[in-house]
Design a binder for this molecule. Structure first.
Ligand code: NAD
Ligand code: TYD
Length: 337
């Protein structure tokens, strides 16, 4: 089985590759990544010498390069993690989000169709549903919740999802989509809430909390997400969307206070800063469908996952210090197979 994973030098794709090669040692995994600022070859260090792993530098929006990679590897399964993924950056510079997230998806879908892959899986986000009010804890996102986006990031991810569903229907392609809540765990780029706050606290520099810190996110340990994707690829129904999340809702300020306490750092490091424009209030996933149809439930509690994540950042200081210094860009890799 040959699995082509895009965006594998990023946070979730990188964790997925580690898990896949560990749990399916006879699979071959090809990682296609453009190595943007978010792509880090040091994340792939643990699998670089694995003979079943191959890295291909490539932009998913570059049709000629993607065709070349498909011709060379003839993948059975394609999983698209590659994306511009940071809401704040999308507010400053939407263009690259549309190019990678929408055009890149179209290029991958066309290549997957031309080469007859047996499954194309799109990794999407709960942000396509917009947000929920803070005073209605009874409301959750289901797969039937209408698309209602807030940021250029979520709009671009929604565009990609609609394209996937259109290809599934028009060309009868074997496509599945997962819409996941906020992930956290090892190898998370320190621009997102949890890794930014952990690494700032470790350096005793201020922790910038937007607004009053009352916005709510539904946190999922990244390895639980990786297992959900495997189940969807194995047994998910074609043309279907699966929400992935685990009733782990937390206010941002509570996440920050918990991690400060676990690190033994003072709350005086918290600095309330100007709110994000269009800031989504609350995300909360109803995972009934994936749980009922595929038997998936998250295994990692937020307290355990946060503890493991903090330990990882303590034990892998070199990884994030190289990101902050820019040294992570110096690492090189040869493609193989
Ligand atoms: P990330 O930003 O950490 O990694 C993205 C990776 O994609 C990087 O390695 C980058 O180099 C690569 N990339 C970017 N543009 C590319 C292009 N044009 N061609 C090839 N590679 C390119 O992102 P992440 O947090 O790992 O997210 C992975 C996927 O999961 C994304 O599709 C994101 O929308 C989705 N998602 C993320 C979360 C989350 O909490 N992080 C939650 C739900 C869904
Ligand atoms: P983020 O990790 O950027 O993920 P998303 O916006 O996709 O949910 O942000 C998570 C929450 O944390 C969000 O409500 C914004 C907030 N936040 C801060 O308060 N300060 C920060 O420096 C960052 C990056 C995020």
């Amino acid at each position: 089985m040959k699995i082509l994973v895009t965006g594998g030098a990023g946070f979730i794709g990188g964790n997925y590759i580690h898990e896949r090669l560990k749990n399916y040692p006879t699979n071959q995994v090809i990682c296609v990544d453009a190595l943007t600022y978010a792509g880090n070859l040091e994340t792939l260090e643990p699998v670089m010498k694995n003979p079943n792993f191959c890295f291909e530098l490539g932009d998913i929006a570059d049709e000629a390069r993607i065709k070349e990679i498909f011709e060379k590897h003839k993948p059975d399964i394609v999983i698209n993690f590659a994306a511009e993924s940071h809401v704040d950056r999308s507010i400053g510079n939407p263009g690259v989000f549309l190019k990678t997230n929408i055009i890149g998806t179209q290029v991958l879908l066309d290549a997957s169709r031309a080469f007859g892959v047996s499954r194309y899986h799109q990794v999407s986000t709960d942000e396509v549903y917009g947000d929920l009010p803070l005073d209605r804890p009874d409301l959750f996102f289901t797969e039937e919740t209408p698309i209602h986006t807030s940021s250029p990031y979520s709009a671009s991810k929604a565009g990609a999802d609609l394209l996937c569903l259109a290809y599934a229907r028009t060309y009868k392609m074997p496509i599945t989509i997962s819409r996941c809540s906020n992930n956290y765990g090892p190898y998370h780029f320190p621009e997102k809430l949890i890794p930014l706050m952990v690494t700032n606290a470790m350096q005793d520099i201020p922790l910038p909390v937007y607004g009053k810190g009352e916005n709510v996110r539904d946190w999922l340990y990244v390895i639980d997400h990786c297992h959900a994707i495997d189940l969807i690829i194995q047994n998910g129904r074609l043309g279907e969307v699966y929400n992935v999340g685990g009733h782990n809702e937390r206010r941002n300020i509570d996440v920050v206070k918990t991690l400060l306490s676990q690190l033994g750092k003072p709350e005086s490091l918290i600095k309330y800063v100007t709110d994000r424009p269009g800031h989504d209030l609350r995300y909360a996933i109803d995972p009934s469908k994936i749980s009922r149809e595929l038997g998936w439930l998250p295994k990692t509690s937020f307290d355990d996952g946060l503890r493991q994540t903090i330990d990882w950042y303590i034990n892998n200081r070199g990884w994030w210090e190289n990101v902050l210094s820019g040294k992570y860009k110096e690492m090189k890799i040869e493609s193989r197979f």
